[in-house]
Design a protein around this ligand. Structure first.
Ligand code: PRP
Ligand code: URA
Length: 210
């Protein structure tokens, strides 16, 4: 599955994305909707998780049921804004472990600067879902994935809410093994390298810092 990108066109996802794009949507509603979208995306990307048969006893009879049987899961938010997607995903998969990669985009050079990294000890054996609402130049996502691979991560998926071609191409070039899942591919970046139309600064909108 080299250079894979998937756009979610589910009506609920598109409706919620439309609301978070509006400039007057405040942090409370923004946070709720980001988590709801992340949960719906997680539901979609887990469609192919392997199951195994397990024998159990119901109050009435013995029977065979299904249990998840593949690799354990991990969620890795790129801070800050990726934190906004974690609870929604955890509500579907509460035993997933959560790693963190701290990066900010230097406003002058636009390069990602790493300030924190902590992954589950068994990162190499887990299916890791990296989350960040925005894939703009791709510098942050590419650096986060590099930082994760350096620490042993092997099976990585990248989830964002809005992407542009430039960011997708950068991940495809630097990490062709990492599939990208997004709710929209916007036309491009503005002069400050913000996604246009996008929804502005995701971290500031989630945490009310501007
Ligand atoms: C935002 C966003 C991504 C990055 C995307 O984070 O959450 O991590 O920018 O841009 P890029 O694709 O051009 O790297 P930001 O650097 O604003 O940090 P924050 O989440 O702490 O606000
Ligand atoms: N980071 C954001 O938060 N928003 C953008 O549009 C681009 C990078």
């Amino acid at each position: 599955m080299e250079n894979y990108v998937h756009v979610f066109d589910h009506p609920l996802i598109q409706h919620k994305l439309g609301i978070i794009r509006e400039e007057h949507t405040g942090p409370k509603e923004f946070r709720e909707l980001v988590n709801e979208i992340a949960k719906l995306m997680a539901y979609e990307i887990t469609l192919d998780l392997p199951l195994a048969d397990v024998s159990i006893q119901t109050p009435v009879a013995k029977t065979t049921v299904k249990r998840l049987s593949g690799k354990k899961l991990g969620i890795v938010p790129i801070m800050r804004a990726g934190l906004g997607m974690v609870d929604g995903i955890l509500s579907l998969m509460p035993v997933a472990k959560v790693g963190h990669i701290g990066l900010y985009r230097d406003p002058e050079t636009l390069e990602a600067v790493e300030y924190y990294a902590k992954l589950p000890e068994d990162a190499g054996e887990r299916e890791l879902i990296v989350v960040d609402p925005m894939l703009a130049t791709g510098g942050s996502a590419a650096a986060a994935i590099t930082a994760m691979k350096k620490r042993g991560a092997k099976h990585i998926k990248f989830l964002c809410l809005v992407a542009v071609r430039e960011g997708i191409d950068r991940i495809h070039t630097e990490h062709p093994d990492v599939p990208i899942y997004t709710c929209a591919i916007d036309p491009g970046l503005n002069e400050k390298s913000y996604i246009s139309p996008g929804f502005g600064d995701a971290g500031d909108r989630l945490f009310g810092t501007k």
